[in-house]
Design a protein around this ligand. Structure first.
Ligand code: GLC
Ligand code: CA
Length: 563
């Protein structure tokens, strides 16, 4: 298998507005990030992915860009950015930027021009259409509730927005616009950034003619993801991007691609495709929802069997053909320890178990800020405490459609993106040490217990466990490149797999108890003759090391080297 730096790297995702505030305005900023670089280096990560910091009105916290070439003044200046890049590089850390290429802010000068008249030269930079008999041009539903169409009264045409109405979609059929994007990306590459995360990249191409989606129930809007996700032409666009922009740079790229399985992912990440290094898939994120997209608000119980099936399929399909991006949480998802672990009685144990899982799969692991200290979901009392545009749109939509409020609030508490966006908990001082001012969103009240300072001073903390795991990945190649093999596929409590390095004796076994019971793990026959060395566990070592049956403790995780 081709060995590459980005396969061996671990990525840490920063959501800047919630990470660290340096000037007391209640919002995180670039100087805040700079002040924590030593902390991140100490944790043992290699790459920092920074969510958008470009100039933006902030309707979707920076995913609505009004100037690709400027830093949002709330975050600092371009010289702060240059300093961040240099300070990171001085420490051997790389910086990955977020590229939002599917849409801009409605305040971007391109859109202002585009909407000014039907014959403006930039009209075609965006997707405009006439209504049909006073109705929307088609029946597609937005990710953020309601129609993807917004009427612009000035020209009496609708523009498309797959996300909020403040985020008009760019028209990738317009060559001039696409070349403007190339220019912009090259500009950032020349600054020396080390990679890109491509936001919503699966959606840049829409089905020819923007046809209606099937709608047997005649609803005003319906889910139409298959008409704007992962279409053939996206691949052509990405190949072009490669050829014209980043082929000669040794960068790392990861695309956000919802709605695909591993076979289809190979079209993006297959070694011979020259498109992207890896993609974020969503199959496991949809496990506890009725469906993808807006269906996320309708809860469903997840099962370990389904999780195993999905992850195993990704692990085996991509092996030697592409590369995985492994994650359980990010700025759009609830906190993993609340979702897949137990954030009450076993917060520490289950957070460590999930860390073991993420850091022992084949692929590049992504750690979202706060995961390394086991930050949890938040349960705000009222809708007034929530900030996220998706959440607020959903609340309004539910209200309009007469859904019971307690159901709506329960869904929001479980799934709102704000769960991941409460301020990073640095210490036990007021506002968790995030800011000396009023935070833009409330801190999670559990900060007095769950915070970085406490974690760093406790040798048994989740933080130190992550450090050890990350260090192990550096010394055991098998953890990076070894082939994954699932054991006990039908066990509904235990998740067990081996990783084996091609053409060598190097092998590890990962044993994860995913729940709060104490199941017995029986050592597989064919592995009993091998010697075992316990590399890491979230409980202190037992005396049963040599036993062929191990009674696991709640959320116990063990990784052994076999030889
Ligand atoms: C991606 C981002 C999300 C954002 C959306 C629109 O899904 O991760 O935060 O709201 O794209 O840019
Ligand atoms: Ca600030």
């Amino acid at each position: 298998m081709n060995e590459t730096w980005w396969k061996e790297a671990a990525v840490y995702e920063i959501y800047p507005v919630s990470f660290k505030d340096s000037n007391g305005d209640g919002k995180g900023d670039l100087q805040g990030i700079i002040s924590k670089l030593d902390y991140l280096k100490n944790l043992g990560i290699d790459v920092i992915w920074i969510c958008p910091i470009y100039d933006s009105p902030g309707k979707d916290n920076g995913y609505d860009i009004s100037d690709f070439y400027a830093i949002n003044p709330e975050f600092g200046t371009m010289s702060d950015f240059d300093e961040l890049l240099k300070q990171a590089h001085d420490r051997g850390l790389k910086i990955m930027m977020d590229l939002v290429l599917n849409h801009t802010s409605d305040q971007h000068p391109w859109f202002k021009e585009s909407r000014s008249s039907i014959d403006n030269p930039k009209r075609d930079y965006y997707i405009w259409k006439k209504g049909v008999n006073g109705l929307f041009p088609n029946n597609w539903e937005s990710y953020f509730s309601g129609s993807v169409w917004e009427l612009d009264e000035n020209t009496d045409e609708y523009y498309m927005h797959l996300y909020s109405k403040y985020q008009p979609d760019l028209n990738w059929n317009n060559d001039e616009m696409v070349h403007e994007l190339y220019k912009m990306i090259s500009w950032w590459l020349q600054k020396g950034v080390d990679g890109f995360r491509l936001d919503a990249i699966a959606h840049i191409v829409k089905a020819e003619g923007l046809p209606n989606a099937d709608n047997p129930q005649h609803l005003p809007v319906v889910r139409a993801y298959q008409l704007f996700s992962n279409l053939e032409k996206v691949h052509w666009m990405l190949k072009k991007l490669n050829e014209e922009v980043w082929m000669d740079y040794n960068i790392m790229t990861v695309g956000e691609t919802s709605g695909l399985g591993p076979e289809q992912a190979l079209e993006y990440v297959g070694d011979a495709r020259h498109e992207l290094n890896m993609v974020f898939q969503f199959e496991h994120m949809n496990l506890d929802s009725a469906s993808a997209g807006t269906g996320k608000w309708v809860p469903r119980a997840w099962t370990l069997l389904e999780l195993k099936k999905i992850i195993s399929n990704w692990q085996t399909t991509l092996h030697k053909k592409g590369w995985n991006a492994n994650y359980l949480g990010n700025h759009d998802q609830p906190r993993p320890v609340s979702r897949f672990g137990n954030d009450q009685q076993y917060r520490v144990e289950s957070a460590k178990m999930l860390a073991t899982f993420m850091l022992t799969l084949e692929g590049t692991p992504y750690i979202y800020q706060g995961e390394e200290i086991g930050m949890t979901n938040v349960a705000f009392e009222t809708i007034g405490d929530y900030r996220d545009v998706e959440t607020l749109n959903y609340y309004e939509y539910s209200h309009l459609h007469g859904k019971p409020m307690d159901e709506t609030m329960a869904a929001i508490r479980a799934k709102s993106r704000d769960n991941a966006r409460t301020p990073m908990q640095w210490d036990a001082s007021p506002q968790a040490g995030f800011t000396t001012g009023d935070p833009w969103i409330k801190v999670n009240p559990n900060y007095s217990e769950v915070n970085v300072e406490a974690a760093m001073s406790d040798p048994n903390s989740i933080f130190h466990y992550y450090r050890r795991l990350l260090a192990l990945r550096k010394t055991h190649k098998v953890m990076v490149y070894g082939e994954y093999k699932l054991l006990l596929p039908l066990d509904s409590e235990l998740y067990v797999y081996t990783r084996t390095l091609d053409g060598s004796e190097d092998q590890i076994i990962v044993i994860l108890n995913f729940f709060g019971e104490s199941p017995v793990f029986e050592w597989p026959e064919d592995l009993r003759d091998l010697s075992r060395e316990l590399l890491i566990s979230n409980y202190s070592p037992n005396l049963d090391e040599e036993a062929d049956e191990i009674q696991l403790q709640p959320y116990e995780a063990r990784v052994y080297r076999l030889y």
